[in-house]
Design a protein around this ligand. Structure first.
Ligand SMILES: C[S@@+](CC[C@H](N)C(=O)[O-])C[C@H]1O[C@@H](n2cnc3c(N)ncnc32)[C@H](O)[C@@H]1O
Length: 264
């Protein structure tokens, strides 16, 4: 079999998402993001990853944008200062609470699959598709909503948070991986989407105010598999204290951004 030409990349993507969800389903669950919102914002709000610079050629004061899965608004808020109107679609209340208020921003509290935003010049979707089993339908809606350009950002490699190592430690089984940029690229090719690609490189890390905040985020997904002694040992070996916060996983990360003019 020719792996590139004969793989059904839609099914491949679905299998990745479903295998991970069968172990522990969290990415698509707004309650997971409610708990993770503060540490996600602390890790990413000040990250300089080059995404806004990549958008620069398309930013004009009369243009509009939809940010799909806007999280705590690290892109939506600064983009509102450069554009006529921004619509942030975000299903997690915890994340929405952290989005800075802007006079020219609407926040829609819904999954993308159910949201009904007006068409916009630009549609961005950053680090959201990892938990979407039906990626082609999700991408088709991004494309149908965009007038000028669609941008999808995903990591080149796997997530570097305590979530997977803790899951493996507590359950004794390997964690199924998330889709990553290479999977997206093959899928887009098979869908007939000829995208351009930007590469973003950045310094990444995770941090928490204290152990209680760390546990509040990582204990619920593991439920009864959580083991106090193992958790304490893991924390002792892997978290370091920096400026009064607990920090994990400092290192370089990179993401790909596929972007294209919507087909009509
Ligand atoms: C990793 S965060 C990324 C947030 C933001 N795009 C960023 O890069 O900072 C993923 C976000 O996607 C949201 N999300 C997950 N599934 C979604 C869906 N089906 N539709 C819209 N948003 C979704 C989550 O609530 C979460 O806020």
């Amino acid at each position: 079999m020719d792996p590139l030409l004969e793989t059904d990349w839609t099914e491949h993507w679905r299998r990745l998402v479903e295998a991970r969800q069968a172990q522990a389903s969290s990415f698509h669950d707004p309650r997971y993001w409610d708990k993770r919102a503060r540490s996600f914002a602390a890790a990413t709000n000040d990250r300089r990853d080059g995404f806004l610079e990549l958008l620069e050629p398309w930013l004009e004061p009369h243009r509009t944008l939809v940010d799909v899965g806007a999280g705590a608004g690290r892109y939506a808020a600064p983009l509102a200062d450069r554009l006529d109107w921004v619509t942030a679609v975000e299903p997690s209340q915890g994340m929405r609470d952290l989005i800075p208020a802007k006079e020219n921003m609407t926040v829609i509290a819904a999954d993308w699959e159910l949201a009904e935003p007006a068409p916009a010049d630009l549609v961005i979707c950053c680090h959201v598709l990892y938990g979407t089993a039906d990626a082609p339908a999700f991408i088709a809606k991004l494309e149908a909503t965009a007038v000028e350009r669609v941008f999808i950002q995903l990591r080149h490699a796997q997530l570097r948070t305590p979530s997977d190592p803790l899951w493996e430690l507590m359950t004794g089984t390997a964690r199924a991986r998330q889709p990553q940029f290479g999977d997206l690229w093959n899928l887009l090719e098979q869908l007939g989407i000829r995208a351009e690609v930007g590469v973003l490189e950045y310094e990444g890390f995770q941090s928490w105010a204290d152990l209680a905040e760390f546990e509040e985020e990582y204990r619920p997904p593991l439920a009864s598999a959580w083991n106090e002694a193992r958790a304490a040992a893991w924390v002792g070996e892997n978290l370091v204290e920096e400026a009064g916060r607990l920090v994990y996983g400092r290192g370089r990360g990179s993401s790909g951004v596929a972007h294209w003019r919507p087909r009509r």
